[in-house]
Design a protein around this ligand. Sequence first.
Ligand code: HEM
Length: 214
Amino acid sequence: MSVIDFLDERFGIRKGAREFANHPVPDHVNWLYCFGGITFLCFLIQAATGVLLAFYYEPSTTTAYSSVLNIMDNVPFGVLVRSLHAWTANIMIIMVVFHMLRVFFHGAYRPPRELNWITGVVLFFITITFGFSGYLLPMNQLSYWATKVGTEIAGAIPLIGQYVQAFLLGGDKIGDATLTRFYTIHVIILPITLSALLVAHFLMVRKQGIADPL
Ligand code: HEM
């Protein structure tokens, strides 16, 4: 008896899987509709490679850079895992922009899909924030200056800017507190929020189906 048979006898997983996967796709659907799925695939790769990196990465201003060098020089497959993480981060941003453009030009944001569009806008900003928060983590010159410019831009937001900047920095300049905050945002807050919103995004797509073209 195979594992599948064993589980099927007890939980009826074959029927469940068939019901889940057997879903009609409209005739007009073509390769342009793949960008959402590719974005999701990128996120899965990011999560898997990110967990592997977290085994070796040490988030403090004195150790972050050397721990990244260690990943590159000594950890088996470290170069591959880190490069996958960095490249897929860029590809994910490009794919989410393509997905957004596809949805926009097909008018798929129209009623009844407004809520899914709004969820999408939040997903877009989360994806960008993933990139921004990840940029500081290696603690090299690029990281430092990008974070300095980024947090100063945040500081220029009218009324709340100084609070946002203080929250991000965790002090008056980039230091250990900043790195701890960015790391927490990057590996805990954003993954949980993105995953929860993706569940909502996919449930809405499932419930409402793919939009007819304009
Ligand atoms: C992490 C980011 C995202 C992922 C993984 C994702 C994934 C998906 C997938 C797999 C679909 C179904 C197939 C497709 O149309 O591609 C979809 C549909 C949709 N997405 Fe996204 N999405 C993301 C971000 C966004 C953004 C930024 C927007 C817009 C601001 C958006 C708006 C929509 C809408 C309105 C639909 C329904 C499209 C239709 O009915 O034709 N999504 N998304």
